[in-house]
Design a protein around this ligand. Structure first.
Ligand SMILES: [Zn+2]
Length: 265
């Protein structure tokens, strides 16, 4: 394929000159905060999805690649046009293509696929004739039932495992810290590994099940420490240190491997 710049898609309303818009009218200002719809653009390596964001605080147009699905996220300041975003994209087409090519491969839950459980690779084994749902044995993840339900069963099993392990860690650490958590839930979040709500509920990303125990231990300690200190001050970090020895290894581990975990399942 040629390395021609990406062609703008068909969006006549945005592309037509809007000569009649009164720049000073509130409606015109509002119009400039419009978020263009997602679109596909052609890159030398194939097509890619562009998702537009508007940020009132952004000073200039920025590009990033969403590691969970490989979409190009273009953030526009209030007055920037979609066209200006596409121009920037065109200038950085090599950078964008390289970033997308460097993303870890997507791993689907399927018979024979390998997924990490607590950091250890486990092969998924479909057991259509067995009973008992899903279980771990001898480095494999066994799943029963009809093949069309396998991805969902694997996901449900891993979510339940994540919740069980993190709830155990939280129980041990809240006891050690002399605090109490209202409840522990697991969620599908891509931006945070854990969170602590003002009502003392802790939530974790279910994808922590993929990470080694020392990473889970650190994230659990981090959120439990927030039950006492709702900030990242020196007292907070002192408590984290009391609750886990793994911060120095877990933080770089998540920085290095976190994006890949978003592409499993
Ligand atoms: Zn925190």
């Amino acid at each position: 394929m040629s390395s021609a710049p990406p062609q703008p898609g068909n969006h006549p309303p945005n592309d037509k000159p809007q000569a009649k818009v009164d720049e000073s009218a509130p409606v015109a200002v509002f119009g400039r905060m419009d978020v263009p719809p997602p679109e596909l653009i052609a890159l030398p390596s194939g097509s890619a999805r562009v998702e537009w964001r508007r940020s009132a605080r952004a000073r200039r147009i920025s590009l990033r690649i969403d590691p969970s699905d490989g979409a190009i996220v273009v953030t526009l300041p209030p007055r920037a046009s979609r066209r200006a975003g596409l121009v920037l994209l065109t200038h950085h087409v090599d950078w964008v293509s390289e970033r997308i090519a460097a993303l870890p491969r997507q791993v689907a839950f399927a018979d024979g696929a390998e997924v990490p459980v607590a950091g250890i690779p486990h092969r998924i084994r479909h057991r259509p004739d067995a009973r008992g749902g899903a279980w771990l044995a001898d480095g494999e993840l066994h799943v029963t039932g009809a093949p069309e339900f396998l991805p969902r069963r694997v996901g449900d099993f891993l979510r339940a495992e994540a919740k069980r392990r993190l709830a155990d860690m939280v129980a041990a650490k809240t006891a050690a810290a002399g605090v109490a958590a209202r409840r522990v839930t697991v969620k599908d979040t891509s931006s945070r590994w854990g969170s602590c709500a003002p009502d003392k509920s802790l939530a974790f990303s279910w994808r922590l099940i993929f990470t080694p125990d020392f990473v889970q231990d650190y994230v659990a300690a981090h959120e439990v420490a927030h039950l006492r200190h709702m900030n990242h001050g020196p007292l907070f970090w002192a408590l984290v240190e009391q609750l886990t020895p793994h911060r120095p290894t877990a933080v770089p581990w998540l920085r290095k491997n976190g994006a890949a975990l978003l592409r499993i399942g």
